[in-house]
Design a protein around this ligand. Structure first.
Ligand code: COA
Length: 155
């Protein structure tokens, strides 16, 4: 496990594209439309900026020089109506299909939450699709609990 570097972004974009494709496969009404080349190029561009701004934490799990998965999070400020004004926000956690089910996701999540703690944060939060059983299983086994529901209605 180590901090992501510019040279990792191409491999990370491939794994991220797997996530997008799976989201669209599960729920094509909600996710999709963007094409692979465009999505991956925009991923590389935005993450290259984030790598250097000191706000974002991006970690990669690597074995034999291959990126198995990555996680990205940041300290997020919340509105004054919330008692918790800053939380550790988990934005993306993705493991390449070749490496799932071997504890990589759990290890990435533990490493990011350790970084959050080191930065003085007391809580982590994230969004997850209702239908994403794998991710929900990971978060649930790590101690995340639902607090608010994101509702949507077709008009
Ligand atoms: C979710 C994801 C990151 C899990 O990574 P992983 O390396 O396969 O997970 P791990 O092997 O570390 O598993 C940790 C725990 O997660 C849960 N879990 C993992 N995959 C699961 C699945 N398919 N169904 C239900 N629970 C699952 C289990 O509780 C597991 O613990 P166990 O092995 O003791 O049963 C991976 O499946 C993935 O990349 N999915 C696509 C991307 C994605 O949807 N990311 C989340 C976006 S919100």
């Amino acid at each position: 496990m180590r901090r992501a570097e510019l040279a990792d972004l191409e491999a990370m974009s491939e794994i991220w594209w797997q996530l997008l494709a799976e989201h669209e496969h599960r729920d094509g009404d909600y996710w999709g439309t963007i094409v692979e080349a465009e999505a991956r190029a925009s991923f590389v561009k935005s993450r290259a900026q984030w790598l250097s701004d000191g706000k974002h934490v991006m970690l990669v799990a690597v074995a034999g020089g291959r990126v198995m998965g990555f996680i990205h999070g940041l300290a997020k400020e919340r509105h004054a109506i919330y008692r918790l004004r800053v939380v550790g926000y988990v934005n993306d956690v993705v493991v390449h299909r070749d490496f799932r089910g071997r504890g990589v996701g759990r290890t990435l999540l533990a490493a990011l939450t350790a970084e959050f703690k080191k930065a003085g944060l007391t809580h982590a939060e994230l969004m997850v699709d209702e239908l994403n059983a794998g991710a929900r299983g990971l978060y649930n086994s790590d101690g995340f609990q639902p607090r608010q529901l994101h509702l949507i209605k077709k008009l």
